[in-house]
Every structure is written in C-alpha cells, then in structure tokens.
Design a protein. Structure first.
Length: 301
C-alpha cells in the first residue's frame, strides 16, 4: 500500500495528540493520581468498544494476562509521575524528563532480550544526561518535577520493552485494553494508601468538574484509543522507522503548545532550552546513526 500526503499529515496529528497530553494534564484540576484513574478507566472502556466494533480477540493466556497486568502497574506509575511532574513544575519540564526514555531503553532492551549493549545507544544516552546536567546546573526551579519526568521516561522505556516481547504472542489491542484496565484497578487499590499518605489534607479529589471530564475524555479517547489504533493502521503504509522518527517530535510539539497556551509560565532560561535541544537532538539523530551502524555491521559480516 502506497502512503499518501494525507497519511503523513495524519501521522503528525497523532504526534501532536501525544504531545498535547502534557498540556491537558496541566489544565485538569484533579491531582495526578485521581486524573490517571479516570483516564485509564475511560481508555479501557474506549478500547473495549473499539475492539467490539472491529471484532478483535479479547482472549489471552493466563500466563500472558498476568504479565500484562503486572506491566499495567508500571504504566500507571509512568502516567502518574508524568502528570505529577507537570503539576508541580510545568509541561515543558515533564516533557524534557520524559525525553530520557531513549536512554533507559538503551539499557533495558539489551538486558531483556539478552543482547550486547550498543555503545552507540549508551553514548547517546550520555549525551542526554549531559543535557539534563546543563538544565540542573543553572538556578533551576523544578528539580523534583524534572526527577519525576525522568522516572516517567524510565517507566515508559520499561513497559515498552516488555510490550515488545508480549506483542509477539498477544494482539496489540488486547495488550492496550488489559493494561488500561489493570492500571485503573491498581490505582483504585492504591487510593486508600494514597489518601492516608500523600493526598493533600488527607482527602481525595474524586469529583471532576465538567471541563475536567471533557479534558480527560479527550486524553483517554483521542490521545490514547484513537492515536494508538491510528498508529497501528499507519504501519501498513509507513515504515516503523519513519513513524518512530516522527514520534521523536512529541516533546517539541508539547513544549511549543505549552508556550502558546500558558505563555510566560512556560518561558524558561536560555540554558534550559540549550539542554533541551541537546536532549532532543540525541533522540532525533539516533535512528539515523542506528541505521548507519546496522549497515556497517552487515557489510562487515
């Protein structure tokens, strides 16, 4: 199947939606834990409806279901730390921390697949850490926010590596459905502990406003169910390499959106943007260097 101009615009719209989640997280009045609870609940419902429409198979073996449900806890931690980062700092900081995902993937994937760690990936990972060092070296106001953003990047890399193994046996729709459902249930079970330990004033904020429901629904159905299923559909026409290259623009789109919507609250120092540019540069250049490295290795053998 030949890709059309419409397919390329559709891909960038999907990347825009992924980057928009950081902005939506800041706009929603609920704390991150309560917000992610509702997001995962609506995403699970939305994915179930989609699967019924396209007649996707819900069947999963008991062993794989257990792995998926355990992975869903990591997914929940990822989203909670990502949105908590944006809440206590700003979307730009959370997106920069999340951009370290490639560094963590360079460590986790070889371990999980029992392969040799690639020096190229570790080298680019060090470049990412240098970018973070530049940001933290200045009078940075949001060290905890950046730390939580980095945790969100680490957990994203971890569940992506796990899912890359699961997808060889389980269809992607089932993985997403059960992970959203599992994340929702795990947060529900965590709420009593969260209330007594972390919640402000020892109280949960479980009643979203009308506009909160609108934002959460957009986040769950547009940024999760639609964007995810549309990405799968585009793999029929576009290479995985090209799609991954485009997805590297997510932090860029997110930071630009945050600057437009939040204005002066998102304006950071020049060194912040220098560190961010180094991090994003490492992320964007990786696929090119990886392809060159693989071509050189193939010629050598």
């Amino acid at each position: 199947m030949i890709a059309t101009t419409r397919d390329y615009f559709k891909l960038h719209f999907i990347v825009f939606l992924f980057g928009f989640t950081a902005v939506l997280g800041k706009l929603i009045s609920l704390p991150s834990v309560e917000m992610v609870f509702y997001r995962t609940m609506l995403a699970a419902v939305g994915m179930a409806v989609l699967m019924l429409i396209i007649k996707a198979d819900f069947t999963v073996s008991k062993a794989d279901l257990l792995k998926i449900l355990l992975t869903s806890i990591i997914v929940a931690i990822h989203w909670i730390t990502f949105f908590a980062s944006g809440k206590i700092s700003n979307p730009s900081t959370s997106l920069v921390g999340f951009a370290t995902c490639s560094f963590w993937a360079a460590i986790f994937e070889p371990i999980a697949k029992r392969k040799k760690i690639q020096l190229l990936e570790i080298g680019l990972g060090i470049v990412v850490l240098i970018g973070l060092g530049i940001i933290l070296a200045l009078d940075f106001k949001y060290p905890l926010g950046l730390f939580l953003g980095v945790i969100s990047g680490m957990t994203a890399a971890l569940f992506t590596v796990i899912n890359s193994n699961l997808v060889t046996r389980v269809n992607t729709y089932s993985i997403t459905f059960y992970e959203m459902l599992g994340a929702c249930i795990s947060i529900l079970l965590f709420l009593p502990i969260y209330k007594n330990t972390f919640a402000a004033g020892g109280e949960l904020l479980l009643i979203p406003t009308y506009i909160d429901w609108v934002y959460i629904a957009i986040m769950a159905w547009a940024c999760s169910v639609y964007a995810y299923s549309a990405t799968i559909e585009l793999t029929k026409k576009l290479s995985v390499f090209f799609i991954q290259l485009a997805l590297n623009l997510e932090p860029v789109y997110g930071i630009i959106l945050a600057l437009i919507i939040f204005g002066q609250n998102e304006v950071m120092s020049l060194k912040f943007y220098l560190g961010t540019l180094i991090i994003l540069g490492a992320v964007v250049v990786y696929p090119h260097l990886k392809r060159k490295s693989d071509q050189f290795s193939n010629r050598s053998t």
